[in-house]
Ligand binder design. Structure first.
Ligand SMILES: Cc1cc2nc3c(=O)[nH]c(=O)nc-3n(C[C@H](O)[C@H](O)[C@H](O)COP(=O)(O)O)c2cc1C
Length: 199
């Protein structure tokens, strides 16, 4: 009897070790195979998938756990197109240019600059979680910049006001999401001397 219990305990511990190793390998693979996607199909990903990606974003570390960022998940075509237009306008492009590369979903990350000294770092880590979670869930993604300038415009501020968002929120980035269209990009070689060791 005692022997059987011991055997069960050994098997459980082996199983746990295999699971942990597997989880870690999958995470490592996802981190290294995520790429910025710049071509998307029109297909809208399921809401549950988008929600899960957002949830992963909310679990990013934040300075003193102040959770200074917010995520505005945009699946509404009209608002998505407005954000695209405002974004293009920031760098002087006309309305025909889509800086979101046709992606149907935009997750805008903003951070409250009064909530924590680390608001920018907090928001950037949320962006990182979103990008990596999207890849882990089988979606393409890309960080699109100029959220700061977009949410300084009257139209940008109106989007926040319509949602009842008050506070000194600064745009950190737009995480565009969708299904990859065409070939999956390859990573460029990493530069030399990226990592310095002190052993
Ligand atoms: C802060 C930041 C801003 C970025 N802004 C843009 C952008 O506006 N448009 C774009 O196409 N890609 C943008 N990118 C994506 C980078 O170009 C991309 O991460 C880089 O080329 C490396 O490619 P990879 O993500 O496939 O590894 C941005 C990335 C970061 C981190």
């Amino acid at each position: 009897m005692l022997g059987l219990v011991a055997l069960a305990l050994i098997m459980a511990s082996c199983c746990k070790e295999t699971q942990n190793t597997k989880t870690m390998n999958t995470t490592m693979e996802d981190l290294m195979t995520r790429r910025s996607i710049r071509s998307y199909t029109d297909e809208m990903p399921p809401m549950e998938v988008i929600e899960e990606i957002c949830e992963a974003g909310t679990y990013a570390p934040t300075g003193m756990n102040k959770q200074s960022p917010i995520i505005i998940a945009v699946t509404n075509r009209e608002v998505r197109d407005k954000l695209s237009r405002l974004n293009a306008n920031v760098f002087g492009k006309d309305n025909d240019m889509d800086p979101f590369y046709g992606a149907p979903v935009v997750l805008v990350v903003l951070a409250d600059r009064n909530a924590a000294f680390t608001w920018m770092e907090d928001g950037s880590l949320v962006m990182g979680n979103l990008l990596n979670a999207a890849h882990a869930m089988g979606l393409g993604s890309c960080w699109i910049h100029r959220a700061k300038e977009v949410f300084e415009t009257e139209e940008g501020k109106a989007i926040l006001a319509d949602l009842g968002i008050e506070g000194d929120y600064v745009g950190i980035g737009n995480c565009i999401l969708g299904y990859v269209k065409g070939d999956y990009p390859q990573a460029r070689p990493r530069k030399e001397n990226y990592v310095y060791w002190i052993k």
